[in-house]
Design a protein around this ligand. Structure first.
Ligand code: 13P
Length: 234
């Protein structure tokens, strides 16, 4: 069983979501399929696909204009929430501290957080990849997590770029993350790979040790491609 999660980012209409759910409902798979959609598309009662959000407020309620709480996400039908995506870290200055508070809030709200970590090209060139992802994992998770969480390794330089790290680079990064999680008492936490996943490379990627599935951006918007990804990941 692999986890196949789509991240629609700021894309999609209700009609697009209907089409995608219809396409996925015809697929026979043992994989767990998750679609993380914009807040306005959250819905309950969907079979075959678990619906997730892409962000959560660090606060439970109150004067935080524009924010959406964990309880609200749950009520709207979300079971998962992406936390600390590189686009939130980049464009909204989300630090590991903020990400950790959001992860805590997700868990308290009964949502499974999909926590994203990954190095920039600058950090990669400086040989800092492993240090960066290790500290991101350590600092982005509350110390006493016992509930379900999912980690997504998304090298920032490969997101939307049409290029992926080598098999060895993915294996090495996932090993660092798995070892860090093990040190934190979180053995068995699924670690997804994300960035430029497509129907052609998904089979090789999920065959890599410590890769528990994929977090798919662009290709998760195209029913034919996303269905092929779900079917090809074994
Ligand atoms: P792409 O699959 O479009 O590279 O996006 C990856 C991503 O950011 C998923 O969260």
């Amino acid at each position: 069983m692999k986890i196949i999660a789509g991240n629609w980012k700021m894309n999609g209409t209700r009609a697009d979501l209907d089409t995608m759910i219809g396409a996925i409902s015809k697929v026979k798979t043992e994989n767990r399929v998750i679609l993380c959609v914009p807040f306005t598309l959250l819905r309950a009662g969907v079979e075959n696909v678990a619906i997730g959000a892409q962000d959560i407020s660090a606060h439970a309620k109150g004067a935080y204009t524009g924010e959406v709480s964990g309880a609200m996400l749950r009520e709207a039908g979300a079971k998962y929430v992406i936390v600390g995506h590189s686009e939130r870290r980049m464009y909204h200055d989300e630090t590991n501290d903020i990400v950790r508070q959001k992860v805590q809030m997700a868990l308290e709200s009964g949502l499974t957080p999909i926590v994203c970590v990954g190095e920039t090209m600058e950090e990669k060139r400086a040989g800092k990849t492993f240090d960066v992802i290790e500290s991101m994992v350590r600092e982005s998770l509350p110390t006493d997590v016992h509930d379900d969480i999912i980690i997504a390794y998304e090298p920032r330089w490969a997101i939307g770029a049409g290029i992926t790290p080598t098999t060895q680079e993915i294996a090495d990064a996932h090993k660092v993350i798995a070892d860090t999680l093990s040190y934190m008492g979180l053995d068995g936490t699924p670690i997804l790979y994300g960035a430029s996943v497509n129907p052609l490379n998904v089979g090789d990627i999920v065959a890599i040790r410590n890769v528990g599935g994929v977090l798919v951006g662009g290709a998760s918007l195209k029913p034919q491609e996303f269905v092929t990804i779900i079917e090809s990941a074994k």
